[in-house]
Design a protein around this ligand. Structure first.
Ligand code: UDP
Length: 477
């Protein structure tokens, strides 16, 4: 599904709208390219505050960043770019005031903003818009599609296993594993398509005691709404989660079309990062193959200052070479330096600490031998794609369940810690043993098998390719 693959013009026109978060913007961008390369006209909706952050981070102020790929022979098709306001001031702190923002998202003014924009696009665009492809987290996507007489596809950017758990939250409630004064602790063996799972491996929101938050409300509403859509597209692969996917397919039109990864020229030419990327290629170049541990906890996870200290000391005492992405505001409310005094001097030459980087470049570099990850789903797919075994430290949301897939089910990664509390001695010992050649060889063998699955799914007769084609055929009917 490369963006220069054969283009056949269709009369389909999709309005595509990601969530405002990094882990959603990336796969939505690539999905747009995939569909456009197959002749679907795409209007990509992006919120002004997101556009502003991307522009600030990349220094690229284009009216349509997709055009950067259309130069030369690399035709990507017809992708239009529409910047809209979410109705709040640009400097409103959406992550700091998350629960308030979610209220705006669910029942506040966001719906009206998006409805207005879509109304205009529908009115003026040719070919006529026939489908909305919205992030599954938009709890009103089906209503919006109905309002304009359009079909609705929901794009789920996490694994099918996680989808099935949310989709069947009522069963967890009925059986007393969720939302009860005293949740059951025994394994859960009744979720369609999900093999027995321990309550500790459930998505963090399904382990919470307080289920009345706006986050929970949003999730419950979104998974009611997804029952009303025409298609669910998922960034996974049939062969990776066969039982879960085939079971879901008996319940709803579920299309596994992954892996949808930003890579190659797409990654370098279309700016999507919300933070400026620091270049560490020269530094990596100076390291021997497979010697560097890449450490990143993605775009959302927050830590206490103490946890950051323990990770820092663990890295220092492991004596391995590392790149650590320490995003701004990893420690919320912390304005001053969060690293131990003198840390950067102590690890100089051996470790480099960056606010953000080009993760694809790092993972694809021969010097990178391991990935200490929070288990975000994009990071897992990227790690499999570049055959980098994982050392897992999930923090919240789907990361908890994703860890189970990586470590317990697929054996392509190991746990960083036994408990959720982290201590420098354990971290240092685990990193040292992980980066030691022997155990990593076994993980690498397993990860190669998964990589082949992903690769095969993208071949002309591969499962994901067939599902994308089927989706487009369905739209044309
Ligand atoms: N990423 C990046 N540079 C970094 C860290 C992360 O480009 O320094 C990208 C990464 O490649 C992935 C996305 O940000 O595509 C993070 O998504 P993921 O689902 O892994 O985690 P989330 O941020 O949603 O928790």
């Amino acid at each position: 599904m490369e963006e220069n693959s054969t283009q056949k013009h269709t009369n389909n026109h999709a309005i595509i709208c990601p969530l405002h978060l990094q882990g959603h913007i990336n796969p939505f961008t690539k999905l747009s390219l995939n569909l456009a390369s197959k002749g679907v006209t795409v209007t990509f909706l992006i919120f002004e505050h997101v556009q502003q952050e991307i522009t600030k981070a990349s220094g690229c102020n284009s009216n349509n960043p997709f055009e950067a790929l259309s130069q030369g022979s690399n035709l990507v098709g017809d992708i239009r770019y529409r910047v809209i306001s979410d109705g709040l001031p640009l400097d409103y702190d959406r992550s700091g005031r998350l629960m308030e923002y979610l209220h705006w998202f669910m029942v506040g003014g966001l719906y009206d903003q998006v409805e207005n924009a879509i109304g205009n696009i529908v009115l003026e665009s040719r070919p006529k818009v026939n489908v909305l492809i919205f992030d599954t987290f938009y709890p009103w996507a089906s209503k919006l599609a109905k309002r304009f007489g359009l079909r609705c596809a929901s794009f789920w950017t996490e694994p099918a296993t996680v989808f099935s758990l949310y989709y069947h939250v009522h069963l967890l409630r009925q059986h007393g594993h969720f939302d009860c004064p005293d949740n059951r602790k025994d394994p859960i063996d009744y979720i369609p398509g999900v093999n027995s799972i321990e309550p500790k491996d459930l998505i963090s929101y399904l382990q919470d005691k307080d289920t009345s938050t706006n986050m929970h409300k949003l999730l419950f509403q979104a998974f009611q709404d997804v029952r009303l859509v025409d298609y669910v597209l998922c960034n996974t692969v049939q062969e990776l989660e066969p039982h879960t996917i085939s079971t879901l397919q008996t319940l709803l039109p579920f299309y596994p079309i992954g892996p949808i990864l930003l890579s190659g020229p797409t990654k370098t030419r279309i700016p999507t990062s919300l933070w400026a990327e620091s270049d560490c290629s020269e530094w990596l170049q100076s390291k021997s193959p497979g010697s560097v541990l890449y450490v990143s906890f993605g775009s959302l996870a927050n830590f206490s200052k103490n946890d950051v200290m323990e990770i820092a000391y663990g890295l220092r005492d492991s004596h391995v070479d590392f790149i650590w992405v320490l995003r701004p505001r990893t420690v919320l409310d912390e304005t001053s330096d969060v690293l131990p005094l003198g840390f950067e001097d102590e690890v100089r030459g051996r470790g480099t600490i960056l606010p953000w980087t080009d993760q694809i470049m790092v993972l694809s570099h021969p010097a990178t031998g391991g990935f200490l990850t929070h288990c975000g789903w994009n990071s897992i797919l990227e790690s499999i794609w570049y055959e980098v075994p994982m050392l897992c430290f999930p923090v919240f949301t789907d990361q908890i369940t994703n860890r189970k897939l990586v470590v317990d089910d697929w054996n392509i990664g190991v746990n960083l810690c036994k408990e959720s509390t982290i201590q420098r001695v354990e971290i240092a010992a685990q990193i040292k043993s992980f980066m030691n050649q022997k155990p990593r060889e076994e993980l690498k063998k397993n990860i190669r098998v998964k990589r082949n699955m992903l690769q095969n799914a993208l071949e002309a007769d591969g499962s994901s390719q067939k599902y994308v084609n089927k989706f487009i055929e369905e739209l044309s009917k």
